[in-house]
Design a protein around this ligand. Structure first.
Ligand code: DGL
Length: 275
């Protein structure tokens, strides 16, 4: 890689972070970016805290070695299970000037202000749900908000195997959406708390009453990053600005290039990385 680049690092367990990166790049095209998908060790959604933490840490360290002053964990599961430990325990030893940000805090800040009934539903992976990160962050902002969660463990494999438009997928999507809504009839705001779920937004919406708003986090995270960089000018100045994007995957490059456009909306030529 060009030694002069100091890009923003975007990390995800695999493909899903591309739905977030797409929005970040659209909002701030002048920065350099390097995307790392840890496909070889994905999915993270059903893995232990320790595994997700170790995998995320090794990925963040690699992105720092490539010159990134800032890394975004564009993955809910990694944000839920690894971000806090990396921020509190590891950054000081690696390089105190570098930063790692996640997707849960900015999403929680946004969603908390958008529910009239104060009852919010969250659809996410098992790992994100069990971490309780969304209820904790949302109630930290407004203790009167009630948060209801539903783990949807079949959704990521259905999307990654291109089975999300089948009758089988419809069964699981309907079951999980209805199971969430049954927790409280007052739910008026529903968060897609996994980076893969915007791909099946249409199917999810088809099981929702019209008064329920469905929130995807890509644009929220992009706006929050823009605001962060405006508040932190030394970090903003440290990021190089040639408008380049590089993509790395820890698994098969051919597979990655084939599946990525579903999430990113355009073709990708990724390189392989062994971690
Ligand atoms: N990107 C992950 C998330 O947002 C989902 C994929 C996985 O389970 O690895 O939670």
């Amino acid at each position: 890689m060009d030694k002069k680049l100091t890009p923003i690092g975007i990390f995800d367990s695999g493909y899903g972070g591309l739905t977030v990166f797409k929005e970040i790049e659209a909002l701030m095209p002048s920065y350099d970016y390097i995307y790392l998908g840890d496909n070889a060790r994905a999915p993270y959604g059903s893995r232990s805290f320790e595994s997700v933490y170790q995998y995320t840490l090794s990925s963040v360290k690699w992105l720092f070695e490539q010159g990134c002053p800032l890394v975004i964990l564009a993955c809910n599961t990694a944000s839920a299970k690894a971000l806090r430990s990396i921020q509190q325990n590891d950054l000081a030893n690696i390089d105190p000037a570098k930063r790692v940000l996640g997707v849960i805090r900015p999403t929680a800040e946004y969603i908390g202000a958008h529910s009239k009934s104060k009852a919010i539903g969250v659809l996410a992976t098992k790992g994100t749900v069990h971490s309780n990160s969304y209820p904790i962050e949302i109630q930290h902002i407004d203790a009167s908000l009630k948060v209801y969660q539903q783990a949807c463990p079949t959704w990521v494999p259905l999307i990654e195997n291109n089975e999300y438009e089948t009758a089988g997928a419809a069964f699981f999507i309907e079951r999980d959406v209805k199971s969430l809504l049954a927790q409280n009839k007052e739910i008026d705001t529903l968060l897609l708390g996994c980076t893969h779920y915007p791909i099946i937004e249409k199917q999810i919406r088809s099981y929702l009453p019209e008064n329920i708003q469905l929130i995807s986090q890509g644009a929220i995270v992009a706006n929050s990053l823009e605001a962060y960089l405006k508040r932190h000018s030394p970090m903003e100045l440290a990021i190089s600005k040639h408008g380049t994007q590089q993509f790395y995957t820890t698994d098969d490059v051919h597979d990655f290039n084939q599946h990525a456009p579903l999430f990113y909306g355009k073709p990708i030529a990724a390189k392989h990385l062994h971690l």
